[in-house]
Design a protein around this ligand. Structure first.
Ligand SMILES: NC(=O)c1ccc[n+]([C@@H]2O[C@H](COP(=O)([O-])OP(=O)(O)OC[C@H]3O[C@@H](n4cnc5c(N)ncnc54)[C@H](OP(=O)(O)O)[C@@H]3O)[C@@H](O)[C@H]2O)c1
Length: 262
């Protein structure tokens, strides 16, 4: 029987490319996302490329009822999961003081952190022994950047959630992995870059990586059983700087590298 992978936010960007790579490896694929038309297009695309078994479920990852419905449909088919990929996410580029209301202020925490925890809680009972949980955080989960305040908080939460979950599941033969990409050329990234204020563009970020390449690196490292998945050498150097140098020195360097509002 084929292995099965469920990918939240599998209709575009990194999630879609991960879904394609797993379909190529003969996994049956389940993708979720909010926009049904986009999901169906993505599912048709994966089926036609790899002759794969693909199911698409419309669901907001913060909506408990829609996740439970998917759980019940998978269970009714007596399917189990071999990979659970918590990828659905959202980003805004605003200063804390610029949010018009607290609903918007809480959006990244709701989708990126709570949505990840909720989907893990709902789908965990479906995981096979030997299964893998892969969470997609961000390099901004490892460091704070002005204008990404709530995003950084949500993604840091995902990393610590993954670390604690990894320890909880040590005796259950389920491994946990967390990926921390930096700029990846997806619809989210392009919208983020277009909408960001000018002061945020004055930084030393290089060209964004293609999502196919990001998915390839993430999956290779995940199958090599790496817990913390870092995609590029520049982010690895930043992490070493953050972890190994005194805070004052780290802040001195990062305050020079990262853009700061007037
Ligand atoms: N691109 C980057 O530079 C970058 C860097 C670091 C980390 N990441 C992380 O990588 C993940 C994927 O991002 P991406 O760049 O590939 O974005 P993307 O191309 O916009 O894809 C996001 C996917 O998530 C789905 N989604 C968004 N909100 C959702 C919600 N509330 N419930 C269910 N599905 C939802 C989207 O479909 P619908 O809109 O139809 O729901 C889509 O399938 C995110 O967690 C992001 O934070 C991205």
């Amino acid at each position: 029987m084929d292995k099965v992978a469920l990918i939240t936010g599998g209709s575009s960007g990194i999630g879609f490319e991960i879904a394609k790579k797993l379909a190529e490896k003969k996994y049956s694929i389940i993708i979720t996302g909010r926009n049904l038309e986009k999901l169906q297009k993505a599912a048709d695309n994966i089926r036609s490329l790899y002759n794969a078994d693909v199911e698409a479920f419309s669901s907001d990852t913060t909506d408990e009822e829609s996740l439970k419905k998917i759980f019940l449909q998978i269970k009714a088919k007596k399917e189990k999961l071999d990979m659970l990929i918590l990828n659905a996410g959202s980003v805004s580029t605003k200063l804390v003081s610029e949010y018009a209301n607290t609903k918007d202020l809480k959006r990244e925490i709701d989708i990126n952190l709570w949505g990840t925890i909720l989907a893990t809680y709902i789908f965990l009972p479906l995981l096979n022994k030997g299964g893998k949980i892969l969470l997609i955080s961000s390099a901004f989960g490892l460091m704070g950047a002005a204008g990404y305040t709530t995003y950084c908080a949500s993604k840091a939460g995902v990393i610590n959630f993954a670390d604690a979950l990894r320890r909880e599941l040590l005796n259950k033969e389920i491994s946990v992995h967390v990926a921390c990409p930096s700029d990846i050329d997806t619809p989210m990234y392009r919208k983020e870059y277009k909408n960001m204020p000018e002061w945020m563009k004055k930084d030393a970020r290089g060209a964004a990586m293609k999502p196919e390449k990001a998915a390839d690196i993430i999956l290779k490292k995940c199958f090599k059983n790496k817990f913390l998945i870092i995609l590029t050498a520049d982010i690895l150097s930043l992490i070493l700087l953050i972890k190994l140098t005194p805070i004052r020195f780290k802040n001195y360097i990062l305050d020079k590298i990262f853009p700061i509002p007037d």
